[in-house]
Design a binder for this molecule. Structure first.
Ligand SMILES: *Cc1c(COP(=O)(O)O)cnc(C)c1O
Length: 433
């Protein structure tokens, strides 16, 4: 028996109107359901683990605003901190003590970070870290890995060239060959490929940037051998290692993925969780490197709203809750239960799949092999994924609308939410098998 599914006429009307005013109807393409078809859901409010759309439907939310909402929506401590800051003004363009407080929370959590600069987004953080690495080393080339996403920075919005050892080509109109020429795109989890690239381009490489646990081709953790090679090769060749922990920072562990891997990067980029749902990014690391930034040093980077009072209040409140309540064991238990349930349901339905998980981020890949890099990820059955996504959406389960985005469990999710999710999952997987 199929259950009644939710109806979303108001979302449809809202999207039709948005399409006439905003390119593609959305302010960030990941929201547009491009990979799964259909109309994005317009939301009215969130509460804990739930989202409510403008048609009055309720969803269990596994998107969590693409990562920030590790405490769920409207966590009382975060709301109180924002309200408190709001009562004193929204922006001064001058230093506040709250900035040092958030910086210190980050420094205490992530031992590789000795000094940190706050910005407004993850993109700004990676863009600035790249400029800093080039300024510090005086070298031009940045190495990145296929399937890793670092925001919409020109020099990182590039695709691999025709052979693994050639320099990259633009991956978007508007990115010039001149820009992409200084980026090298390699295969993830491939220590030999990295070594070859250093053999060939070593003296010109300023930095290697990577997601130590990738979220942006679905959840793909770095192997230990790969993580070790990243550190050894960069050190040997005088390049900086940048861990982009915009997604994994404070998500997979309080100290980020680097604390799990036992690898110390030179620079780390952060975002998402450290803003508690408001726009914040950060880059930090070795003091001698960070002190190259203006006005301590000569590398330019600035921001009118950087360290904004509301954003720093929300971020600091979020980190303090994470520090003081240590919810990571609870997140692990819930996430393991969800992962096992999804895995079992897909097995019972006879659907080829792999469940990948690191802490409270995970992906059900519609592929029978473990996904270790983009070449494998690209072979997933994305049509099956689309059917899975819409089946769940119609049953009030809000998952990321792409095979290549990780889902997140928050501290607000309960076993009852997971039960509802797994019931819907079994139903949908049975139908699409
Ligand atoms: C989300 C993300 C970014 C970009 O952050 P924005 O705030 O969207 O600019 C960069 N790197 C990683 C790993 C991310 O997940």
């Amino acid at each position: 028996m199929t259950r009644p599914t939710n109806q979303r006429p108001k979302s449809q009307a809202a999207f039709d109107l948005a399409l006439t005013k905003i390119p593609g109807g959305v302010n960030s393409p990941a929201r547009a359901f491009g990979a799964v078809g259909g109309t994005p859901v317009f939301f009215e409010r969130g509460e804990g683990a739930w989202l409510f759309d403008i048609d009055g439907n309720r969803y269990v939310d596994y998107v969590g605003s693409w990562g920030p909402m590790i405490l769920g929506h409207r966590h009382p401590a975060v709301i109180a901190a924002i309200e408190n800051a709001l009562s004193r003004g929204t922006s001064f363009g001058a230093p506040t003590e709250a900035e040092t407080e958030l910086a210190n929370l980050i420094i205490e959590a992530v031992p590789s970070i000795e000094k940190v600069r706050l910005v407004n987004s993850g993109t700004e953080a990676t863009m600035s870290a790249i400029r800093l690495a080039r300024g510090f080393t005086g070298k031009p080339v940045v190495v990145k890995f296929a399937g890793n996403y670092h925001g919409h920075v020109d020099s990182l919005l590039v695709a691999a060239g025709s052979s693994a050892a050639t320099l990259a080509v633009p991956d978007s109109p508007g990115v010039t060959p001149g820009t992409s020429q200084d980026t090298l795109v390699l295969r993830y989890n491939d220590p030999a490929g990295l070594e070859q690239a250093f053999d060939r381009h070593g003296p010109r490489i300023a930095a290697v940037i990577c997601e130590p646990v990738v979220g942006n081709m679905g959840c793909v953790p770095a192997t230990e051998a790969f993580a070790r090679a990243l550190r050894e090769l960069t050190e040997r060749h005088g390049a900086l290692l940048i861990f982009d922990e915009v997604m994994s920072g404070f998500r997979v562990a309080y100290g980020g993925a680097q604390s799990l891997l036992g690898v110390t990067p030179d620079l780390t980029t952060l975002g998402k969780i450290i803003g508690g749902g408001l726009p914040v990014g950060a880059y930090g690391g070795r003091a001698d490197v960070m002190d190259q930034m203006l006005p301590a040093g000569k590398v330019f980077q600035a921001g009118t709203l950087s360290g904004n009072p509301l954003a720093t209040a929300a971020g600091a409140a979020t980190l303090k809750v994470l520090r003081d309540t240590d919810p990571y064991p609870q997140l692990e238990t819930l996430s393991a239960r969800l992962a096992e349930g999804l895995d079992e349901a897909a097995t019972a339905a006879g659907i080829p799949h792999t469940l990948a998980r690191c802490g409270s981020m995970m992906t059900l890949f519609f592929h029978d092999r473990p996904v270790s890099d983009w070449d494998v990820a690209a072979q997933c059955d994305t049509q099956k994924f689309a059917a899975w996504f819409h089946g769940l959406l119609d049953r009030g389960i809000y998952m990321p609308c792409s095979q290549y985005e990780a889902l997140f469990v928050s501290t607000a999710h309960t076993n009852a939410d997971l039960d509802a999710t797994l019931t819907a999952a079994r139903e949908v997987l049975g139908q699409i098998a």
